[in-house]
Design a protein around this ligand. Structure first.
Ligand code: F6P
Length: 319
């Protein structure tokens, strides 16, 4: 292989830039020309291609977001569009593609590889919801962003003896919620994977008040219930001072952590190596501290389980 392309797709995630840098620089070291596709799969359809050299990716390790830009597009589900993308590659003598992204993005990987175009994926989404990998690029930074924000909210909660509901991202999964709840000492966590009982939440708060707890901190995943709705329910049943904070996109931005920079560099190197050696239709992730290759079909169709022991400990530790 002499010429490959790289794109970022779906929600941006801190560490995507570090992965782009790794593909470009390691590609250069191995005499592979790397073409950056701007704007995700849309850029692929519009032939928005730009060659990338080592100096073009300077200063990227510490930068959040993605310099290649990204998009979410349903268009790419169409076989006609997929064939057009392959034609676009062929006309530019591009022999393979690296897709940096999460679930939706790796469906594009699966679709193109089924059409015999070589593609390798790099697991990257703040939601950490890709089957087969313990971590995806961006998750660690997003959780740390949430922790920093919740620690600040706790100062207010304690000072005013006021309870808080903090809503975190994660789409329809609770990975960000569980980790940020444990790390901030939240009393209650609500995640989409476990049906919650409002009666139990009220009982928990009442018991806490009897035990002279100054406040309660509830972390809720956006996919479980919206914080504002939960606030109304709690207020209708309890006379307590309660406030809401929806963390939103601050979780997704900012400089990646050490962990995200390192896995981004390693995942991208492995994806490039596999692509050159004829690998296709796989996603690079990490399992039990080992870099692994996950069939793209499994990564996007199978459901990753939450760590139930982490979930359970939140209740026990918040006595
Ligand atoms: O997938 C990452 C994510 O930030 C989710 O946690 C969230 O639900 C979603 O993207 C928001 O999507 P958008 O950026 O399209 O508003």
């Amino acid at each position: 292989m002499k010429r490959i392309a790289v794109l970022t797709s779906g929600g941006d995630a801190p560490g995507m830039n570090a992965a782009i840098r790794s593909v470009v620089r390691i590609g250069f070291s191995r005499n592979i020309e790397v073409i950056g596709v701007r704007g995700g799969f849309r850029g692929l359809i519009e032939k928005n291609f730009n060659p990338l050299l080592p100096r073009d990716v300077s200063g990227l390790l510490e930068k959040g977001g993605t310099v290649l830009l990204t998009s979410r597009t349903d268009e790419f589900k169409s076989e006609e569009i997929q064939e057009k993308a392959i034609e676009n590659f062929k006309s530019e003598h591009i022999e393979g593609l690296i897709v940096i992204g999460g679930n939706g993005s790796q469906s594009g990987n699966f679709a193109l590889s089924k059409k015999d175009f070589p593609v390798m994926g790099v697991a990257s989404t703040i939601d950490n919801d890709l089957w087969g990998t313990d971590y995806t690029i961006g998750f660690d930074t997003a959780v740390n962003n949430a922790i920093q924000a919740i620690d600040k909210i706790r100062d207010v909660a304690t000072s005013h003896a006021r309870s808080f509901i903090v809503e975190v991202m994660g789409r329809d999964r609770g990975f960000i919620a569980i980790d940020s709840a444990i790390a901030t000492g939240a009393d209650i966590v609500l995640i989409p994977e476990v049906r919650f009982d409002i009666g139990k939440i009220i009982k928990n708060i009442k018991e806490g008040m009897e035990k002279k707890k100054l406040h309660h901190l509830i972390v809720c995943a956006e996919g479980a219930i919206h914080a504002r709705d939960l606030e109304q329910i709690i207020k209708s049943r309890l006379d307590i001072e309660i406030r809401v904070s929806v963390l939103g996109y601050i979780q997704r931005g900012g400089s990646p952590t050490r962990f995200d920079r390192i896995i981004a560099t390693l995942f991208a190197e492995r994806a490039l190596t596999e692509l050159i050696q004829g690998g296709t239709g796989k996603v690079v992730g990490i399992k039990d501290n080992q870099i692994v290759l996950i069939p793209a079909e499994d990564a996007v169709t199978k459901q990753k389980d939450i760590n139930s022991s982490l979930y359970k400990i939140i209740e026990e530790v918040s006595v």
